[in-house]
Design a protein around this ligand. Structure first.
Ligand SMILES: C[S@@+](CC[C@H](N)C(=O)[O-])C[C@H]1O[C@@H](n2cnc3c(N)ncnc32)[C@H](O)[C@@H]1O
Length: 431
């Protein structure tokens, strides 16, 4: 079980800021990960099966979701979330976020819901929270008797086809208390790769997902436009609501919508901090094992033109720091930055008096110039990093290529070409 803290002693207050590096932040958090956790399996696939790097990604992304959520809960319910009675994490998976919410909140105020019974069971047992197994179809849920003060649903509508996308939004709003707050995330059409067809009528659903459990008819990849979300919200809302869209506020990728019942307060007044995004792309160590060169990118959506400071540590000692300068191709588009380029590229060279040991612990942080807060970018031993980065890059390129082939095959030209090729084969046989 996770270590409990006194109510009122929230993670937010103990940390004395929005973010500090990951290792300090997850002290006391439940660390066990279920083998069926698709969020962890995705991280593991991205890290070519290397578990320590996947664990780092899993907790880093959980903390990013937590930091965004805690700013919203602070705003709506006051610091320490005093006004918060019942919180529901809908589509919680195996508790990537729930386990962090358990630090400030007692388990009896925290509910998780998921269509996967194993995910709900895991959280009931390991985290001690309340659990609800939900059906695929929102129309199969009986009316809720006890409403929730806060309903969070991250990376769920990003997967649903139109009827359940609309249906679950309706059910969440019905289940929300009078002074409640609904927070959900979606993927905007701007996150589609260049050349991919844009959503028709503001909504697109592709039969592709990371889940090994759910049918592709019920759970795929969904993109929407802000106009579409606005139309749906106005259709499904019982009475007056106010809502605001925070572009790319979750993981620098998903748009976050905050919905409040009634006219006040206005979520648009909130300045949500996103924190810097960054990546370690290459790591080279010369034959003497004394000269290390690291390169990557970092940028801060809280101030696009104020690049964060990148700091590198080995075995807890600061070995270098720098400020990004110059463009890193693709980063501006990846992060949805205005304009075509950003000062995002960084490199750090380090010369050590002694050989750098294979097991030396390498850690990277980005320090926001806007807020002064520290954010973890990468962590791992030197030799694991040396081996892993080229592998990850190769598999990323292979995956991109595979996606392009799939898109081409699904296109009208691709279908026409396939037909032409099989016709040519037939004609060749007849000759
Ligand atoms: C991409 S995962 C996100 C998990 C979690 N919110 C997180 O960010 O770690 C989406 C989750 O939504 C769940 N889900 C899909 N359809 C659902 C439904 N009808 N009711 C509840 N959960 C659902 C899936 O089982 C999965 O756990």
């Amino acid at each position: 079980m996770s270590q409990k803290h006194a109510p009122g002693e929230s993670l937010a207050s103990r940390r004395g800021g929005i973010t500090s590096p990951l290792h300090e932040r997850i002290e006391g958090v439940e660390m066990s990960i279920h083998p069926g956790d698709s969020m962890f399996r995705t991280a593991l696939a991205t890290q070519c099966g290397y578990r320590p790097a996947a664990v780092f990604d899993y907790f880093r992304s959980g903390l990013e979701a937590y930091d965004m959520t805690s700013q919203l809960l602070d705003w709506r319910f006051g610091t320490e979330w005093r006004g918060l009675g019942r919180l529901l994490d809908f589509g919680s998976g195996y508790g990537r976020l729930t386990r962090l919410l358990l630090q400030p909140l007692p388990a009896d105020r925290l509910w998780c819901a998921d269509v996967d019974p194993a995910a709900v069971e895991f959280q009931r047992e390991q985290l001690g929270v309340q659990g609800i197994v939900t059906p695929v179809d929102p129309d199969d849920v009986p009316p809720v008797r006890d409403r929730f003060d806060a309903i969070l649903s991250y990376s769920v509508l990003t997967h649903l086809p139109e009827p359940t996308f609309t249906g679950w939004l309706r059910r969440w709003l019905e289940a929300l208390a009078e002074d409640g707050m609904l927070v959900f995330s979606v993927l905007d059409q701007s996150t589609l790769p260049p050349g991919a067809p844009r959503p028709r009528e503001g909504f697109s659903f592709e039969r592709w997902s990371e889940s090994g459990v759910l049918s592709l008819d019920d759970y795929g990849s969904t993109r929407v436009t802000p106009e579409y979300v606005e139309r749906v919200l106005s259709r499904v809302t019982p009475g007056e609501v106010r809502f605001h869209r925070f572009p790319r506020a979750l993981w620098h990728l998903q748009d976050v919508y905050v919905v409040i019942r009634g006219a006040e307060p206005d979520p648009g007044e909130l300045q949500l901090e996103r924190g810097p995004a960054g990546c370690l792309e290459t790591c080279e160590l010369d034959a003497s094992r004394r000269r290390l060169r690291l390169t990557g990118w970092a940028a801060d959506p809280d101030g696009w033109h104020e690049p964060p400071e990148v700091v590198v540590e080995i075995d807890g000692e600061r070995m270098g720091q720098c400020r990004p300068r110059g463009d890193w191709p693709g980063v501006a588009r990846l992060l949805g930055a205005p304009g075509g380029a950003l000062d995002a590229a960084w490199s750090v060279d380090y010369e050590s008096a002694d050989e750098i040991q294979p097991g030396a612990e390498l850690r990277l942080e980005a320090i926001s110039t806007v807020t002064g807060r520290r954010y973890a970018i990468a962590s791992g031993t030197v030799d694991a990093t040396l081996l892993l980065l080229p592998l990850v890059e190769t598999s990323r390129r292979a995956e991109e290529l595979q996606k392009q082939v799939t898109m081409f095959e699904a296109s009208r030209f691709g279908r026409w070409r396939r037909r032409w090729m099989s016709l040519k084969q037939v004609l060749g046989r007849e000759r």
